[in-house]
Design a binder for this molecule. Structure first.
Ligand SMILES: Cc1cc2nc3c(=O)[nH]c(=O)nc-3n(C[C@H](O)[C@H](O)[C@H](O)COP(=O)(O)O)c2cc1C
Length: 216
């Protein structure tokens, strides 16, 4: 759908109650636009379930690339983004990338997002996780990513955006190796299951858990 071989039509969809994911989405939009891509950002923050259901999916369906951004909530993709992907029409020629911002540990978010897109027929080319200020700090816990994203993170986002254009123009298309997105060890997964099911979020307050056990 692009104007010429080098210019593609890219839709960025994101949900960002605290603003971190929006900031990254806007930065990606700027980089892609400066790189001569036609880029449109759709902000799902604050809109109702009904509005997501009745969203005009034809607006994004013909995009050469979907860039979808979600915060991590309780180790997972946020519900409005899940709902949005679930409602996308099947597109066997679709291409997508997925990114997340997180305040502690990403859990299953990248895997969730990429897998949902794949179920809709999309080829997932790349994923990115960006540490950012935590939007909900427990008790006396330190915000370990208070000053993130920093300059180095922004550099990574720049590289990710440029890589998206490169991958989009590659033939044959290179899909991401999904196993890479399931990066937490079984110990961490077990701990998570145990904590969420038995004790809830209270246990996550320990900085020992944050810094030693969890691979972010
Ligand atoms: C209810 C809730 C649950 C969260 N759960 C996690 C989590 O499991 N892991 C994590 O790393 N960050 C978690 N966060 C922090 C957010 O993912 C992080 O601050 C994110 O950048 C917020 O994105 P936003 O500014 O786009 O809303 C949680 C925040 C809230 C409010």
């Amino acid at each position: 759908m692009g104007k010429n071989n080098n210019s593609k039509y890219i839709s960025i969809i994101k949900f960002s109650p605290f603003g971190n994911t929006l900031k990254i989405g806007e930065y990606i939009q700027n980089i892609l636009t400066e790189s001569n891509q036609q880029c449109k950002l759709f902000n799902l923050t604050g809109i109702s379930w009904q509005q997501i259901s009745s969203f005009d999916y034809s607006l994004v369906e013909k995009s050469d690339l979907l860039v979808i951004g979600s915060a991590v909530y309780a180790w997972k993709i946020v519900k409005p983004i899940k709902m949005f992907i679930d409602n996308l029409p099947i597109n066997k020629n679709g291409k997508a990338v997925f990114f997340t911002t997180y305040g502690l540990i990403t859990g299953y978010t990248l895997f969730n997002g990429a897998n949902l897109l794949r179920k809709k027929g999309y080829k997932v080319l790349a994923c990115l996780k960006v540490p950012a200020r935590h939007s909900m700090i427990f008790k006396k816990e330190d915000d370990i990513y208070l000053n993130r994203p920093n300059q180095q993170d922004m550099k990574k986002i720049w590289k990710f955006s440029k890589l998206n254009i490169k991958l989009l123009n590659k033939f044959p298309i290179w899909e991401l190796y999904f196993k890479k997105l399931d990066y937490h060890s079984w110990k961490v997964k077990l701990l998570y299951k145990f904590m969420i099911k038995r004790f809830g979020m209270d246990l996550i307050t320990s900085t020992y858990f944050n810094q030693r056990i969890f691979k972010r």
